[in-house]
Design a protein around this ligand. Structure first.
Ligand SMILES: NC(=O)c1ccc[n+]([C@@H]2O[C@H](COP(=O)([O-])OP(=O)(O)OC[C@H]3O[C@@H](n4cnc5c(N)ncnc54)[C@H](O)[C@@H]3O)[C@@H](O)[C@H]2O)c1
Ligand SMILES: O=C(O)[C@H]1O[C@H](OP(=O)(O)OP(=O)(O)OC[C@H]2O[C@@H](n3ccc(=O)[nH]c3=O)[C@H](O)[C@@H]2O)[C@H](O)[C@@H](O)[C@@H]1O
Length: 387
């Protein structure tokens, strides 16, 4: 018998129905796993694909079979959307094009996916008085103020110029021809629309700004479970290079900095938002791990060390190679220099803090990558490619 769940204020948590749009993706699949295995909540899982949640949908004998339903639909044009939102107490919208390689090469699809396609979701929630948790991105902060200071300015050491805070930090993007920022700008505008729906029409909303969540099932390995010319996010790119024993490509020397958080830590934060509406409604939350900051070059070096450990394969002589962003992503690329989340608001509202170090999260993730892909890659590399 499942024990009754208690919220942060000691009150019993009532089982709810969640309409999860984009449930078949990286974050959605981990969120569905958590909800099914640890809570009594029900999930209407909406997505175009369900490969990453198939293990939750079959067989019928699974203990949670009656609590999760998959609906294959594209929210761009599907009349079932409003009905599914009305059937649920809460809608979580994860649907997006969210791989940087698409932002400057498919800017229209990126803007439509991250702004236009989200409009009906917000409208249906507001008109039907349904709570919304919307996934934005830490990319809405763009570049830090520090990155515009003179190289030798002592102010560069002052956190006020680089720590990113939900209620005070500006959004600083590159110029219009830097089409990389099509995604972040679309996310910013949907945030502003949601915030306005809250202010003017009383929409109960929470906005999540993930700071580089990484773990198993993130994106795809090109040529194995995704297009061979596809360019996924950095974890999958570097995993692919390691699996194929190729040098890891460092865009513009890998100087950019990121903070990475383990997907399983981040999902705990989302569950707290789900089960503590009084503490989460009306808030924007940074969800990241400020203690896990590395440059991309340091990430490559650490992943190489961890991979050698989990695979038992020897080091490569030249583990990395520098490439220009123009060569790697094409015209219009630009980058965030540094992403350190301020944790004040999420600490105060939800008492959440990440636990897993970068080394540990890479060890479990690369163990998964090696176990899942090593054989398939070996076969693919032996088989001559079709001439
Ligand atoms: N993973 C991260 O670290 C991270 C960081 C910042 C922001 N985010 C945001 O979190 C959300 C989820 O990210 P993710 O990493 O799980 O990405 P993902 O690409 O793995 O998942 C997105 C899912 O949405 C689905 N989808 C997209 N368009 C759709 C449509 N029109 N109709 C139905 N389904 C559609 C896709 O099929 C996919 O399964 C996105 O909004 C993304 O911008 C993620
Ligand atoms: O995950 C997030 O929090 C957000 O950031 C990501 O943006 P970014 O971190 O720039 O995406 P990656 O593709 O993971 O690139 C990270 C860094 O690694 C670099 N990189 C990537 C791939 C590679 O092979 N080599 C390499 O040097 C990129 O240039 C960039 O500086 C994506 O925009 C979204 O998932 C999300 O909005």
């Amino acid at each position: 018998m499942a024990t009754t769940r208690i919220d942060l204020d000691g009150r019993p948590v009532k089982p709810i129905t969640i309409c999860m749009i984009g449930a078949g993706g990286f974050i959605g699949s981990h969120l569905c796993e958590k909800l099914m295995s640890e809570t009594p909540h029900r999930v209407l899982a909406l997505d175009v694909y369900n490969d990453k949640i198939k293990h939750l949908l079959e067989p019928e004998s699974l203990p949670w079979a009656t609590r999760i339903q998959f609906h294959r639909l594209n929210i761009k044009h599907d009349s079932r959307l409003e009905g599914l939102i009305k059937m649920a107490d809460l809608t979580i919208n994860l649907a997006a094009i969210c791989t940087p390689a698409d932002y400057n090469t498919r800017p229209l699809d990126t803007i439509y996916s991250n702004f236009i396609d989200a409009l009906p979701v917000v409208k249906y929630c507001s008109e039907n008085n349904r709570r919304l948790i919307h996934f934005s991105t830490c990319e809405v902060y763009g570049k830090t103020i520090q990155s515009f200071l003179p190289k030798d300015s002592p102010l560069r050491q002052d956190p006020a110029y680089y720590v990113l805070k939900e209620d005070t930090s500006p959004c600083i993007f590159g110029s219009i021809e830097k089409q990389r920022w099509s995604y972040a700008c679309a996310k910013q505008l949907i945030e502003r629309l949601i915030y306005a729906e809250g202010a003017e029409n009383g929409l109960e909303f929470t906005i999540v700004r993930p700071f580089n969540w990484i773990g198993p099932r993130m994106d795809f390995i090109p040529g194995i479970d995704g297009p061979s010319e596809g360019v996924p996010r950095v974890l999958a790119c570097f995993s692919n290079n390691l699996l194929r024993r190729e040098p890891l490509k460092l865009v513009d020397g890998g100087k950019s900095q990121r903070t990475f958080v383990y997907i399983k830590d981040a999902i705990e934060a989302v569950l707290l938002m789900i089960e503590n509406p009084d503490r989460a409604n009306g808030h924007i939350f940074n969800v990241g791990n400020p203690n896990n900051e590395v440059t991309v070059r340091q990430l490559a070096e650490m992943m190489t060390k961890v991979y050698t450990k989990v695979s038992g394969e020897p080091y490569l002589e030249s583990p990395t190679i520098d490439v220009s962003s123009k060569e790697f992503y094409g015209e219009g690329y630009d980058d965030s220099d540094k992403r350190i989340p301020d944790m004040t608001i999420i600490n105060k509202q939800l008492g959440w803090n990440p636990k897993t170090s970068l080394w540990d999260l890479l060890e479990s993730t690369l163990t998964y990558q090696h176990r899942t892909y090593a054989e398939a890659i070996k076969k693919a590399m032996v088989k001559p490619t079709a001439s």
